[in-house]
Design a protein around this ligand. Sequence first.
Ligand code: ATP
Ligand code: MG
Length: 471
Amino acid sequence: MGLAVSAGPATCYRSRHRVPPRSAPSHASALKTPPDEPPGDRPRIIDAPDLARRVRSENAERVISRLARNGHEAYLVGGCVRDLLVGRRPKDFDVATSATPRQVRRLFPRNSHIIGRRFRLVHVRYGAESIIETATFRREPQPREGDDEDLLIVEDNVFGTAAEDARRRDFTVNGLFLDPNAERIIDFVGGLEDLDARLLRTIGPPRVRMQEDPVRILRAIKFATRLDFHIEDETWNAMCDTAPELERSAPPRVLEEILRLMRSGTALGSFRKLRRCGALQAILPELDSYLGPLDHPSEAERDRSEEFRRLLEALDNDVHGGYEPTTPVCLALLYHGIVERDVAERGVGDSMTELARLTGEHVDALCERARLSRRHSGRTRRILVQQDTFLRGSSRHFRPRLFCLGEDFPEALELFRLRAAALGRGWDIYEGWAERYREARAMPPEEVEAERRKGRRRGGRRERRRRRRGG
Ligand code: ATP
Ligand code: MG
């Protein structure tokens, strides 16, 4: 990481659970322990002037400086510190502080507001684009009263110290503080060591931490594949044991993490891990059983897994090229194999209505559970049904250019492109449609209207004929 260790390491306490430090103190420490912190909460502190200079967020620095000038502790925290340390560009900069949300609000009266209920924090806004999320140090929430067994966290608003705040975070590499003014990193959880070893490890006992919030299983997979870190064995075992409990997590959060994995550029590695630890079975049981068991799958299941593998590979390739799949495309990718199988098994044949109904059965159930809008489920359904249209020989009444101008066409074509790239079949058909799409978009409005009228006339004639026949 290229960081000069100038002070510390001292003690490296990793959790409220009193796990012994992994590294012994090596030399005299320059530690600052806030007076109200219990002894033993001493962090490892290292000088990191280069890193502090790489913080490209004047706004985050402004927030931290103003808080510090007013007597509060304030640091950069979480993903941005981790990313700076591994040489990645942080997505955004989050601040953690000893100031309460109201105190923060008072210091930024014109450009801040408090958000959230389960987790209250302050958004400090600079211009239209930049928001610095500023959260008060929290401590680990206590289990609900009278419910010693149930560790699931439902609320997270109990304020605490910096050390407590570090320890209630999920993984050691996500629990580091960076003080850009003093140019140093403060590590209460052993995150620096794990970053060096490229290890993803929970803060505190993995089983407890996973049970508190099983979505951490999905987060572990996200970080490990994104950073190419190894998941520490105990953490991995706890993920495998706790995976069935993902069924209890809020479906919208789960879906959000699935979508993140699909957009990460490492979807293939992520889904492999999801399957191996049993999380896929808990979060997308239809897909898991469609792919079959990992050990001794049938030949059909092996073929399906291979096809799915290639699809994710094609997706990752495109994401590396800058493509960002929409939610409906991601969902359609997950479900199109299942729909195709059902179509074949139930003999739906050419009936579009039946196909739409079948597709709806799968997609609507998922969208309802995850509280996705009807717009999203409708779009997912339609782009799945439209896959068939790309392959059909055009009937007399079919107006390809009008089809191209349909609202869902671009997403339907994206899915078709991914499938063609994955299966190595149909790329010429994809190119044909991409060309027609370009032509359709270049059509002047009068021509579009004329095409629509033709379509309507044909439809009208067909309808009259049907009525005459008494249909
Ligand atoms: P990304 O680059 O994907 O945004 P991140 O580490 O910033 O990664 P966030 O989801 O933005 O992840 O969360 C910010 C920080 O909040 C994390 O780094 C972690 O310290 C803490 N955190 C987030 N979710 C949890 C959780 N479920 N349990 C404990 N700590 C969490
Ligand atoms: Mg983040």
